[in-house]
Design a binder for this molecule. Sequence first.
Ligand SMILES: Cc1cc2nc3c(=O)[nH]c(=O)nc-3n(C[C@H](O)[C@H](O)[C@H](O)COP(=O)(O)OP(=O)(O)OC[C@H]3O[C@@H](n4cnc5c(N)ncnc54)[C@H](O)[C@@H]3O)c2cc1C
Length: 465
Amino acid sequence: MSDIAIIGGGAAGAALFGALISRDTPDCVHWLTGGALPVGRGVAYGTPHDHHLLNVRAAGMGLYLDPHEDFVGYSARHRPGTMPTDFLPRRLFGEYIQSQLDQRIRSADQQGRRFAILPSMAASIKHTHNGYQIALDNGDTVTAKQVVLALGALSPRPLRTISKRALASGAYVLDPWSLALRPVHPRRLIVIGTGLTAIDTLISASIRWPDIELVAVSRHGLLPFVHPVLPVDPFPLQAELNARLLACDGPAAVLGEIRRTFREHQDMDWRSVIDGMRPINTRLWQAFTPRQRKQFLRHVRWVWESSRHRLAPQSAEIIQQLRDEGRLQIYAARVLDVDGEGPLDVTVRSRANQIVTTLQSDLVVQATGLDTAVAFAEHPMLSVLLHEGLAVPDPLQLGVLAQSDGRLINAAGEIQHGLYAIGSLLRGNLWECTAMPEIRSTADTLATRLTLPRMAKEASFTLSA
Ligand SMILES: Cc1cc2nc3c(=O)[nH]c(=O)nc-3n(C[C@H](O)[C@H](O)[C@H](O)COP(=O)(O)OP(=O)(O)OC[C@H]3O[C@@H](n4cnc5c(N)ncnc54)[C@H](O)[C@@H]3O)c2cc1C
């Protein structure tokens, strides 16, 4: 038995599954998709709404590395008139994922490859003398020599300031994507957060309930920066800048170097500099000491995230229009308390003048971003992995401890051979690993590793460990 199991039915699982079944391997590939349909889309690309846009241009998106299977070609065929520079609906990307998967499944079938797609949740994983035994929620088991966790973001946990009463009221929404299912027509809706998910939530609510009053609250009250309509030219001195950044000692020095570059080159678009850093972001993060990583998370994260993960220009226009019409207020304030049985009382302290105010709202939506704190997650399979010592939380709660190649570190501090992760669980090691450009190339590299003959794999492990 030398089978491979992928746990998780989102885009990362799809990219890896497609990459594996296109390779000539005697192993059977089991894909445990968790039951979510349509498979491969996950939360990001499962949206039915055309106003939920990609925040990467079409040319930067794809599922595999093969240029013949790119998203630009697909979107031109299915949505004539689209350009590689467009920010297209995430729904279209979801359809593309499905069509790419279907093609690779058909071709793998024709070539007699061995694979199984199981719409089950993995409930637990046990390490055996010969690999891993995965118990499924339907009582079945799957055994595999190599297992990859492609679990995506964890279910959001309520902020500490939310009372039990508010949580039980049904007026506090932990999952922003469930808003579309709400039958009630709220007069006012407060979103906690002003990032990309908050923007999607505000736009959806404004379309569904045109007369609704919208409020968004976050500590800085800052929206993500906006992409230019057309791509900007690369910064001509990027290579020299990246070399200087890699020589910096910690996030303060990195930030200082970037600021100096902005000051000295005021004629260039700052966004090209941030984009040009993408190839070195993981190395920068890995060079930080644990203390410097903490400093980054505390002082730099919000400005970095809003510069790096920018908003599509069309979404920014809608938000500006809502603000101009007085339908959307954005507050820079700390949420001190959310209480009540619906409507809820949301007490905030203004960042500008420290004045404490209580706002009433029919619905309050938590849109505070990616949760990767595995130690606190209510995820049965992860709990078992942590309990058994097969996985360990990252000390900053950025997923699990792992090697750069995705292999998990166990409680004894050793490499847990054959057990890998891909995507957001690896934030602690890689930081830059949650978007499709990184996911698709990681999936390709991982597929090559997983299908290497055993001897070659051991040699390559030694080289990369
Ligand atoms: C709203 C949103 C928009 C985004 N937009 C972009 C974009 O425009 N461009 C870009 O490059 N990136 C974008 N991203 C980032 C990234 O591309 C996506 O998050 C990507 O879809 C991540 O895929 P994933 O498979 O890692 O996670 P997910 O899509 O979250 O999938 C994980 C899957 O694992 C399943 N699962 C969990 N536990 C188990 C278990 N025990 N057994 C079986 N299955 C399990 C879950 O049910 C889920 O279906 C976006 C992310 C979000 C959230």
